[in-house]
Design a protein around this ligand. Structure first.
Ligand SMILES: *Cc1c(COP(=O)(O)O)cnc(C)c1O
Length: 698
C-alpha cells in the first residue's frame, strides 16, 4: 500500500465506511468493477486489486482530496469527542457498555445473524458509535453462519451453509500482548473447551466474536460455534453457556471493565451467572453478589409468547452447573430459583434476566404491556402496571437503511446535517413537506427500478444455471413491472405472521392483481426456520400460487432474504405489508426501514405500528382489539386487508396529476417519513437506553 494512502487499510477494516456515503463513494472510485464484484467488501477489494492502480491513486490530486476528507471525518468520529454523549448529555464514560447477543447483523459480509434480533444488535452497535457511547458487543463468529435459502422447482425451501472466507472478511483475530492468538480455556460440563475470538470494528464500537473452531478442540467442540441456532436443546445450552461464561472471561482477558452489562434477549443471560460466580469467588456472599450483579445489568426481552422463551430442563442445568453449587456457597435450589417462576418446572432464561438485572424492558409499548402481564407472577403483590418491565421501542440505524438518493433529498430539503438531527421531530414535521413531490416520486421510482433490476439479475443467474421453466422464472420475479403498484411481504416465514392471509379469498386477490387499469403486484421473500415444517408449507403455498399463470407473473417469491436483499426491498417496493396475529409481534423493524425510505406501511396495529400509525401515515389492517378466536381474527383481517388494498391503497396510488404524479399518495409518503423517521430512529432508541438505563445504573 503506498504510504500516502495507507490508511485505506484501517478504513477498510472498520465497518464505519458502510454507513458513510463519502467513504463508500471513495471505495467505488478506487475500482468500480471490483467494488461490485466483491459485493462491497473493501477488505477483499484491496486484497485483489492491481497494486499499480493504488500507485496511480496515491498521486491523483482529485482522489487525494476525497481520501483526506474521508480519513479526517473517520478520525474525528472514532474519537467521539464531538458526539452526542459528550456534547448534549455532557458526560463521558470511561468504561464501556458490554452488549451480549447471539447474533449481530453488522454487514452483509458477515452472515452471523438470522433476522430481526441480529439487525437490532448490529444497528445498536453502529448507533452507539455515532452517539459516542463506548460500546463492546459480544457474540459468536459462526463460520457457517445462518443458511442460504434456495427454493426447489416444486417450491420447497432447501438450506445451504457456506463457509466464510475469513481472510477476506472485515474481521481480525484477537491476540495477546505478545502477538499470539488469544485462546481461552473454559470448562463446559465435564469437558475443557478452547475458545478463540475475532474482532469486528464498527466505528468506535468493538465486537468480539467467540469461536470454538480451533485445532485444540475435538471435532464435536469445534462444531459448537459452527452455526447460528443449531438444533437440539443441549447444543443450545452449551452455546449459551459459552456466550455467557466465555464472553465474560474474554472481556476480563482483554482488560475490559464494562460499566454496564446489557443482555439482549434471554439467550445471553448466563453472563449474569458468570459474574455472580466472580463476585462469590472474590468472597462476597450470595446475597451481596446478586445485588452487585443486578446493579449494573440491563435485560431486554423480545418474546411476546410464553412458548417462545428459552427454557432448559433441570437435568441439563444439573449437568452444566453442578460444579458451581458444589464449590461456591450457592445451593442447587438457590441457583435454580434464579431461573424459575413460582411453581415452575424448568429453568427459564428470561426469568434469569429479570431476576438479575436492575433494568428490564420490552421493545415496543404494546410489548412492554404484554411482558408486564406475562411476568406478573414473579412479582407477588404487584399489579401488572407495577411490574418493573418498561419499554424502549426499537429503532433502525438510519444511515444504514436510508437509500443514498433519498439521503440526498434529506440533505437538500430537511437539513444539511440531517443525520445529526434524526430524532428532532419538529424538524422533520416542518421540513419534509418542502420536498417537491415530483422529486421524491422520481427518486423512489429510481429505487424501484433498481430493485426490479436486481431481482431480474437473480432470475438471469438461474436461467444461466439451466432453469428453463417459464412458471419458475415468473415465480422468481422475471415479469415484475415498475409501473405497477408493488406490495412487499418480506419477513421471516412463520405461522403467526400469516404470509398467506391474502390467499384466503383467491378470487378477490386475482381481481386485484389482474385489474387492467390499476393492477397490483406482490413480492414475497423470507426464510423459514429449517425445523419449522409448517412455515415451509407457507413458502410452498406462496411459491405454487406464484407459478400459476392466473397471476400473470405479478406474484413472486424472491429467494434468500438477507441484509443485502433487505436494502433493495425496503427502498424499492411501494407498500410494506405486515399481518401478524395480534400481540405476537414484539416490535418489528423492517416496516421502519421502509417508512424512512418513503414506503408507507400497511399493517396490523401490533408491535411498533401500534404506536407508529396515526391514521394518515399508512394503513391499518382491522381493528386494534383482538378478536375472540384465531379463526375469527384471520377471517376478519383477511377481509380487511383486501378491502384496504382495493378501496384505499389502489385508488390513491393510481390517482395521478397531469405529470403522472400521485399527489395524494405522496402526502401519505411524506407523512410516513416525517412521523416515523424521528421516532423510530436508533438514535432515539439509544438515547433512551442511555438516559433511562445506562446512566442511572452507572
Ligand atoms: C430488518 C430485518 C429483519 C426484521 O424484520 P421484521 O420483519 O420487522 O421482524 C429481518 N431480517 C432482515 C434481513 C432484516 O433486514
Amino acid at each position: 500500500m503506498p504510504v500516502r494512502i495507507n490508511q485505506l487499510a484501517d478504513l477498510s477494516a472498520n465497518l464505519w465506511w458502510s454507513w458513510h456515503r463519502d467513504a463508500r463513494d471513495m471505495f467505488n472510485k478506487i475500482d468500480r468493477r471490483l467494488w461490485q464484484v466483491t459485493g462491497h467488501n473493501p477488505v477483499k477489494m484491496l486484497y485483489d486489486i492491481n497494486p499499480g492502480r493504488l500507485e496511480i491513486l496515491a498521486t491523483d490530486p482529485e482522489f487525494l482530496e476525497i481520501y483526506d476528507d474521508v480519513i479526517a471525518s473517520f478520525g474525528a468520529e472514532i474519537s467521539g469527542s464531538d458526539a452526542w454523549l459528550a456534547r448534549e448529555a455532557k458526560t463521558s464514560l470511561s468504561r464501556p457498555v458490554a452488549y451480549f447477543s447471539m447474533e449481530f447483523a453488522v454487514h452483509n459480509s458477515l452472515p452471523i445473524y438470522a433476522g430481526g434480533l441480529g439487525v437490532l444488535a448490529g444497528d445498536t452497535c453502529k448507533e452507539a458509535s455515532d452517539l459516542g457511547i463506548p460500546f463492546v458487543g459480544v457474540g459468536f463468529m459462526y463460520p457457517e453462519g445462518y443458511f442460504h435459502q434456495r427454493i426447489s422447482e416444486d417450491g420447497w425451501q432447501t438450506e445451504d451453509y457456506l463457509l466464510l472466507d475469513f481472510e477476506r472478511a472485515p474481521i481480525s483475530r484477537v491476540c495477546t500482548a505478545d502477538g499470539q492468538r488469544l485462546l481461552l480455556n473454559l470448562s463446559v460440563g465435564d469437558r475443557q473447551v478452547y475458545v478463540a475470538a475475532w474482532q469486528v470494528l464498527a466505528g468506535s464500537s468493538k465486537l468480539y466474536l467467540l469461536d470454538t473452531n480451533v485445532p485444540e478442540n475435538d471435532l464435536e467442540d469445534r462444531g459448537l460455534s459452527a452455526r447460528l441456532y443449531s438444533p437440539g436443546k443441549e447444543m443450545r445450552l452449551q452455546q449459551e453457556y459459552l456466550l455467557g461464561f466465555g464472553g465474560v472471561m474474554l472481556l476480563r482477558a482483554l482488560g475490559i471493565e464494562p460499566a454496564v452489562w446489557h443482555c439482549n434477549e434471554g439467550h445471553t443471560a448466563f453472563l449474569l451467572i458468570a459474574r455472580l460466580k466472580e463476585y462469590m469467588t472474590a468472597g462476597h456472599s450470595r446475597i451481596e453478589a446478586e445485588e452487585l450483579v443486578r446493579r449494573c445489568s440491563v435485560f431486554t426481552t423480545h418474546t411476546p409468547v410464553p412458548a417462545g422463551h428459552d427454557v432448559f430442563e433441570l437435568g441439563l442445568i444439573d449437568r452444566y452447573f453442578s460444579w458451581l453449587w458444589n464449590k461456591l456457597g450457592i445451593t442447587r435450589e438457590e441457583l435454580i430459583s434464579l431461573g424459575q417462576v413460582p411453581g415452575g418446572q424448568d429453568f427459564n432464561m428470561t426469568v434469569l434476566g429479570l431476576k438479575l438485572a436492575a433494568s428490564a424492558n420490552g421493545v415496543s409499548q404494546v410489548h412492554g404491556e404484554v411482558s408486564r402481564n406475562m411476568w406478573r407472577s414473579l412479582y407477588p403483590g404487584r399489579t401488572a402496571a407495577e411490574v418493573p418491565i418498561r419499554h424502549i421501542t426499537n429503532g433502525v440505524h438510519i444511515p444504514t437503511w436510508v437509500a443514498p438518493e433519498i439521503a440526498r433529498l434529506y440533505e437538500e430539503y430537511v437539513d444539511k446535517e440531517w443525520y445529526r438531527r434524526q430524532d428532532d421531530a419538529g424538524l422533520w414535521e416542518s421540513r419534509v413537506p418542502l420536498i417537491p413531490d415530483e422529486e421524491l416520486w422520481h427518486t423512489h421510482q429510481g429505487r424501484k427500478q433498481r430493485l426490479l433490476h436486481y431481482i431480474r439479475e437473480r432470475v438471469r443467474r438461474d436461467w444461466k444455471a439451466g432453469v428453463d421453466s417459464a412458471p419458475r422464472l415468473a415465480a422468481m420475479g422475471a415479469m415484475l413491472d415498475p409501473e405497477v403498484l408493488t406490495v412487499g411481504f418480506v419477513r421471516r416465514f412463520v405461522e403467526y405472521k400469516r404470509p398467506t392471509l391474502l390467499f384466503r379469498d383467491l378470487e378477490q386477490l386475482k381481481e386485484l392483481i389482474r385489474d387492467s387499469q390499476r393492477p397490483v403486484q406482490f413480492i414475497f421473500a423470507g426464510k423459514s426456520h429449517p425445523a419449522d415444517s409448517m412455515a415451509k408449507e407457507l413458502i410452498h403455498r406462496v411459491y405454487t400460487q406464484a407459478k400459476e399463470n392466473d397471476f400473470e407473473g405479478r406474484l413472486c417469491f424472491v429467494e434468500d432474504y438477507d441484509l443485502h436483499l433487505a436494502h433493495y426491498l425496503v427502498q424499492g417496493v411501494d407498500v410494506w405489508l405486515n399481518s401478524p396475529r395480534r400481540w405476537l409481534e414484539a416490535s418489528g423493524t423492517s416496516g421502519m426501514k421502509a417508512a424512512v425510505n418513503g414506503v408507507p406501511n400497511l399493517s396490523v396495529r401490533d408491535g411498533w405500528w401500534h404506536e407508529g400509525f396515526n391514521g394518515k401515515n399508512g394503513w391499518a389492517i382491522g381493528d386494534i382489539s383482538k378478536p375472540e378466536s384465531v379463526d375469527e381474527e384471520d377471517a376478519l383481517d383477511a377481509g380487511a386487508l383486501l378491502y384496504v388494498l382495493k378501496e384505499l391503497v389502489v385508488p390513491k396510488y393510481y390517482d395521478r396529476n397531469l405529470e403522472d404524479i400521485p399527489l395524494k399518495w405522496m402526502a401519505v409518503v411524506k407523512e410516513s417519513v416525517s412521523t416515523v423517521l424521528p421516532h423510530f430512529a436508533a438514535a432515539r432508541m439509544m438515547k433512551e437506553y442511555t438516559r433511562e438505563m445506562y446512566l442511572p445504573l452507572i
